[in-house]
Design a protein around this ligand. Structure first.
Ligand SMILES: NC(=O)c1ccc[n+]([C@@H]2O[C@H](COP(=O)([O-])OP(=O)(O)OC[C@H]3O[C@@H](n4cnc5c(N)ncnc54)[C@H](OP(=O)(O)O)[C@@H]3O)[C@@H](O)[C@H]2O)c1
Length: 333
């Protein structure tokens, strides 16, 4: 008997309550495509912006529209030309044109990479857009052991990955956040600095020397702050630049090999424990509206992810630690 799935759609621009489920049949892949049964999928601010219509000119949608750029799941069907991915393979991917918030997503085989066994489903599902954005921005700054870099919104879905990539490049990292995130940032080797009045003095005290680079995720007063700290313009990655990077990855087409290359590099870094992706909330699929609404509060610690299937989460062995945001405080009491 054919199974029926479901996909999240919206029929006009608007708030989270425009999202609803529609039934989905198991898709048939083209020759070069795979159908992946989605286990977990990440949520991103840009998806909220697109659905609200903020980017109606830049990223117009035809209705009914689907969303979801990041996913991890199990190959259910493959096209006749797909050789290197078997049915049953566990993969991490990016959904070209969206549509990952569904039971099944159909993508070119080149849009997925194999999921290392020790990378959990929720981490893999939330990896693509935040990870690729962080990777591209940190790579662009050519950070090294001589650098002191400030990362704004350092505990957020993108910021916490940027921090760890900057640390892996050898830099000292100062992360801006509120007090509630100090313990978490310290635990990954970042010097936390509370944002708000007096931030410049706090950063100067923490830096103990010149600040050589600045990654701004948040916008606001940060361009002026970077200028006051003496960061050269060439080493200031602006919030506008981040948006450009996100748009570049969300619109990457099937001939673009870079997203899969970056996904492979990130999966390797996670499997080697050089990057630990923190999950702020792992919501059942039914709670997709709530998950997007929580993300929009802008106080996530790590990534917000939805799960299409019940999965085993948490530590897989004594050496793999998946720090859960909501249990982090308890585990450090
Ligand atoms: N440039 C862009 O294209 C773009 C796109 C989407 C979002 N954003 C903004 O960038 C931030 C990070 O992006 P994300 O995808 O990583 O989102 P996210 O996961 O929602 O980021 C949430 C983090 O932002 C921090 N934050 C909130 N207000 C802050 C402030 N005034 N200064 C510094 N940090 C602040 C929060 O820390 P506390 O809980 O400690 O306050 C939280 O850890 C978001 O909060 C959003 O405002 C920018």
């Amino acid at each position: 008997m054919a199974r029926t799935g479901r996909a999240v759609e919206f029929d006009r621009y608007g708030d989270v309550d425009e999202l609803h489920f529609v039934p989905q049949e198991l898709p048939v892949p083209a020759d070069d495509e795979v159908v992946v049964e989605v286990v977990a999928a990440g949520l991103n601010h840009i998806e909220n912006f697109i659905r609200r219509g903020d980017f109606a000119e830049l990223l117009p949608r035809e209705f009914p529209a689907r969303q979801g750029s990041c996913f991890a799941g199990i190959v259910k069907k493959r096209g006749s030309a797909v050789r290197d991915l078997a049915v049953g393979a566990e993969v991490i991917g990016h959904a070209i044109g969206g549509g990952a918030h569904a039971t099944w997503v159909t993508v070119p085989a080149t849009a997925v990479v194999k999921k290392p066994p020790h990378v959990s489903w929720e981490v893999a599902g939330g990896l693509f857009l935040a990870g690729a954005t962080a990777y591209d921005i940190v790579r662009g700054l050519h950070l090294g052991a001589e650098d002191v870099v400030v990362v704004s919104a350092a505990a957020g879905g993108v910021g916490h990955i940027e921090c760890q990539l900057a640390l892996a490049a050898g830099a000292r990292v100062i992360g801006t956040c509120s007090e509630r995130n100090h313990d978490y940032l310290r635990s990954i080797g970042v010097v936390p600095v509370t944002y708000g009045e007096g931030i410049r003095e706090r950063i100067e005290e923490a830096a103990k020397g010149p600040v050589t680079a600045f990654i701004d995720n948040h916008g606001g007063d940060n361009p002026a702050l970077a200028d006051e700290l003496g960061v050269p313009a060439s080493r200031f990655s602006s919030s506008e630049h981040r948006l450009d990077v996100e748009v570049r990855f969300i619109t990457a087409d099937r001939d673009d090999a870079e997203p899969a290359m970056i996904l492979s590099a990130l999966a390797k870094l996670i499997a080697e424990h050089k990057v630990r992706v923190l999950i702020s909330g792992f919501y059942p699929f039914d709670y997709v509206q709530q998950a997007f609404a929580d993300l929009a509060e802008k106080h996530s610690r790590g990534k917000v992810v939805i799960g299409m299937q019940p999965v085993e989460t948490g530590p897989r062995s004594h050496w793999y630690l998946s720090g859960k945001a909501r249990s982090f405080a308890e585990s450090h009491d």
